[in-house]
Ligand binder design. Structure first.
Ligand SMILES: [Zn+2]
Length: 548
């Protein structure tokens, strides 16, 4: 009995096997040229997957814009194969701190692509579109090389509702601002941003911001802030940022975390400690940073906020009054004294419309050239004159290298450029827009061994994705969007300098966005595969609409 049952089972099994082979053969015969299983296959990769785990060897197969398989995949199964030759294959970098409101004019975003960036978050520092639906929707008619997300910004909302005045909102104005933020979140913003040194954001008290942040919280967004102070009052500013997150009930991202007061250089253990303490209390607080000891922003941000109220025309009227001008000079002088710098030789012009020969020179140098003077009062006079003529973009060499390094080593710090889309040879901008990611990987990882390659990649990929809610990006994982960068860890290096910023980095050979190469063999392609990335409010709305 037992034997016959065994024989019967064996017969059934054999029949099934034979049938299977027959079926398999049939398929083979019918489809003489089988369609490749994958659109793109990257072979011989050393995969740094974005999690922070050590690299491993494998192939990455891509289908329909997504990572379909990781492991050993036969080359005959893909339409196209890229041999990585043992180079690093990592998730495309996510730059969470950019100012690319003008990106539709330069859809290739070459300066970002060439540093390995595949996703941009704009709307930072209190300035954004106030029509998120329109801004993100434009990608359908004007496709981009990279993915794009935006914050809805307090400064732009305040300006639209209240103008540029130095005053508190009425209850009606507060409600109007909150409803604009709510609409922005419903339209797909990833959170609220503030710029509390700029006009008009600087005139807002904490409560006003909490009200707006509550709207971002309601739709699952975060609060990203260019704080009220990054100098002598940086600790107070960090506390205020954390308080806003705590009261409104949402995660806090402190933008371009730094200490730009010379007297406070070396105090980053204290400032990082404030963030660590908040996290220990259960609050979600993270920071981002660019890898340079200089910042870049407007000239006017160095002038007193009372002077700038209402915008340039009002400021010019004020400055026409001799006593008021005197007061502006004295207040600016006090601020300089507090910052620990002797004069404005640390302040270099990046772009000045009325006289391009100023670009690349410090305020001290310009003052010497124009006024034959080197005292601080003359330098401030020169700054006021340039402000009255329309203002300037500046680079401030105001940070200490030790603080930059310590902040970079912190687990909750991500890497972000704070850059716009660059036009080659236009003015003398901060090099961060050309070199930031490559500089971290070349200088801080390879040369200085400050952080590991895997940790640096994590700070550029999965940490920003987690923080800003890009749930299917930032990791080399099956099912995730195929945003990928291929680079040589032994040669990657930034070339952009403060003197000659318009130079692309070396060592990055491929950048792939949603499965399509936008940089191929170190050449830009014409592919525009970028997607608009919507925040959770829009997803919520879409789901509700579907269920109705
Ligand atoms: Zn900023």
């Amino acid at each position: 009995m037992k034997t016959s049952l065994f024989l019967k089972s064996a017969a059934v099994l054999l029949t099934a096997l034979a049938f299977g082979v027959f079926l398999h053969a049939r398929v083979r015969v019918d489809a003489q040229a089988p369609a490749p299983s994958y659109d793109l296959l990257i072979t011989n990769a050393r995969i740094v997957d974005g999690s922070g785990n050590p690299w491993f060897r494998g192939d990455v197969a891509i289908k329909d814009g997504r990572i379909a398989r990781i492991g050993r995949v036969g080359p005959e199964t893909a339409a196209r194969t890229i041999d990585a030759h043992g180079q690093i294959v990592a998730p495309g970098f996510i730059d969470v701190h950019t100012h690319v409101e003008s990106i539709y004019g330069q859809p290739a975003a070459e300066n970002f692509v060439r540093m390995g960036v595949t996703t941009l978050v704009t709307g930072n520092c209190g300035t954004s579109t106030t029509n998120v639906a329109e801004f993100l929707g434009r990608i359908k008619d004007k496709p981009l090389a990279v993915n794009l997300a935006t914050l809805i910004a307090h400064g732009s909302v305040r300006r639209r509702v209240m103008g540029l005045g130095d005053r508190a909102p009425t209850p009606a104005e507060q409600a109007q601002m909150e409803s604009l933020v709510e609409q922005g979140m419903k339209d797909g913003a990833v959170g609220l941003s503030t710029g509390l040194i700029y006009v008009p954001g600087t005139y807002a008290k904490t409560d006003e911001i909490v009200g707006l942040a509550r709207m971002a919280a309601k739709y699952g967004g975060l609060y990203a802030t260019h704080m009220r102070n990054e100098g002598d009052k940086v600790a107070d500013a960090i506390r205020e940022s954390i308080q806003i997150g705590e009261q409104a009930g949402l995660p806090v991202e402190i933008s371009h975390f730094k200490i730009s007061n010379k007297k406070l250089w070396g105090q980053s253990p204290m400032t990082l400690g404030l963030v660590r303490d908040a996290r220990a209390r259960g609050l979600v607080v993270t920071v981002d940073q660019y890898a340079y000891t200089a910042s870049s922003t407007s000239l006017e941000s160095r002038l007193p906020s009372w002077l700038r109220a209402g915008g340039l025309d009002e400021a010019k009227q004020r400055l026409a009054d001799k006593a008021t001008r005197e007061r502006a000079i004295n207040d600016t002088k006090d601020a300089l004294k507090r910052s620990g710098f002797k004069d404005y030789s640390f302040a270099v012009v990046a772009s000045y419309g009325p006289d391009k020969s100023f670009n690349g020179k410090s305020i001290a140098e310009i003052t010497k050239q124009v006024r034959k003077k080197s005292d601080v009062t003359s330098q401030i006079e020169q700054m006021l004159e340039m402000y009255e003529a329309g203002g300037a973009g500046m680079i401030y060499h105001g940070m200490g290298e030790d603080d930059v390094r310590r902040i970079m080593q912190e687990p909750f710090t991500m890497i972000a450029s704070d850059s716009g889309v660059r036009e080659i040879d236009e003015s003398v901008p901060h090099p961060r827009g050309y070199g930031n990611n490559a500089r971290v990987l070349g200088r801080y990882v390879r040369e200085l061994k400050l952080i590991s390659l895997e940790d640096a990649i994590r700070k550029m990929t999965s940490l920003p994705a987690q923080t800003f809610g890009f749930r299917d990006r930032g990791l080399i994982r099956e099912g995730f969007a195929a945003d990928i960068v291929i680079f040589d860890e032994n040669t990657i290096v930034d070339q952009s300098t403060f003197d000659k910023p318009h130079q692309y980095p070396l060592g990055i050979s491929y950048v792939i966005v949603n499965g399509a190469a936008v940089l191929e063999n170190n050449q830009m392609t014409t592919a525009r595969p970028g997607a608009a990335l919507f925040g959770p409010g829009r997803r919520q709305e879409t789901q509700t609409a579907r269920s109705l």
